[in-house]
Design a binder for this molecule. Structure first.
Ligand code: PGA
Length: 251
């Protein structure tokens, strides 16, 4: 039985004071949440959040990392640094990283490997654009994003990875994939993995991301292959994020 997981991706938002308000709002109402909960603040606020979540079931994650161990990479942050700041998770290959910062599938695979080497669970983000969907290329695109990671990590290590399916056309647009559309891709991902290892495929958590909110979360979580959510905009509001966490009960 897979456990539900809800991850908040704050992107480049927040200040010390707004984060304080958000986190206290969240921590005050955790009672009805049975899913795992992760928040991914900007790096400069990781330590602030880490201190706030001590004694709570909330985990903290990074939004990105550099795969090098250390050295002359101005502005970058390594897996070891994220681990040092208490991160249990890190987002890898978010579509904004791929499109705005030119991350390749090879970079993404290296980042997953680096994060696992420091005991951090990579949340591997995959997803197709609107044009790719319309051209009938969704499964090919998803496979092309997954296979380099499988090859780099080896099948066994996939047991320690979380996958997030985020159709690019649904991110920040208010347009959510229908539960069936999302589930079809999740099932494809699971099937792709099952060709390598059935047990890992059955146990891996596959999250859906793209305009998840308090109103649509329940229906998404009701689908067989959807194990949780990667939430952007709605994770910046304590009440909305909590409502999504409360809806995350897998049947
Ligand atoms: P959104 O973002 O929920 O605002 O669409 C999701 C994400 O980018 O992870």
């Amino acid at each position: 039985m897979r456990k539900a997981l809800v991850v908040g991706n704050w992107k480049m938002n927040g200040t010390q004071s707004s984060i304080d308000v958000l986190m206290h709002g969240l921590m005050a109402q955790l009672a009805g949440c049975s899913s795992g909960i992760v928040v991914c603040p900007p790096n400069v606020y990781l330590d602030q959040v880490r201190k706030l979540i001590e004694q709570t079931p909330i985990s903290v994650g990074g939004q990105n990392l550099d795969w090098h161990d250390k050295g002359a990479f101005t502005g970058e942050v390594s897996a070891e640094m994220l681990a040092d700041l208490g991160c249990d998770f890190v987002l890898v290959g978010h579509s904004e990283r791929r499109t705005l910062f030119g991350e390749t599938n090879e970079d993404v695979a290296m980042k997953c490997k680096a994060s696992l080497s420091k005991g951090i669970i990579p949340i591997l983000c995959v997803g197709e654009t609107q044009a790719q969907r319309e051209a009938g290329e969704t499964e090919d695109v998803i496979a092309s994003q997954l296979v380099p990671v499988f090859d780099k990590l080896g099948t066994e290590a996939m047991a320690s990875v979380v996958i997030a399916y985020e159709p690019v056309w649904a991110i920040g647009t208010g347009i959510t994939a229908s539960p069936q559309q999302a589930n079809d891709v999740h099932a494809f991902i699971r099937h792709t993995l099952a060709e390598k290892d059935l047990n890992i495929a059955n146990n891996i958590q596959i999250l859906y991301g793209g305009s998840v909110n308090a109103d649509n979360a329940g229906e998404l979580f009701g689908m067989q292959d959807i194990d949780g959510a990667l939430v952007g905009g709605a994770s910046l509001d304590a009440a909305s994020f909590l409502a999504i966490c409360q809806a995350a009960v897998l049947v």
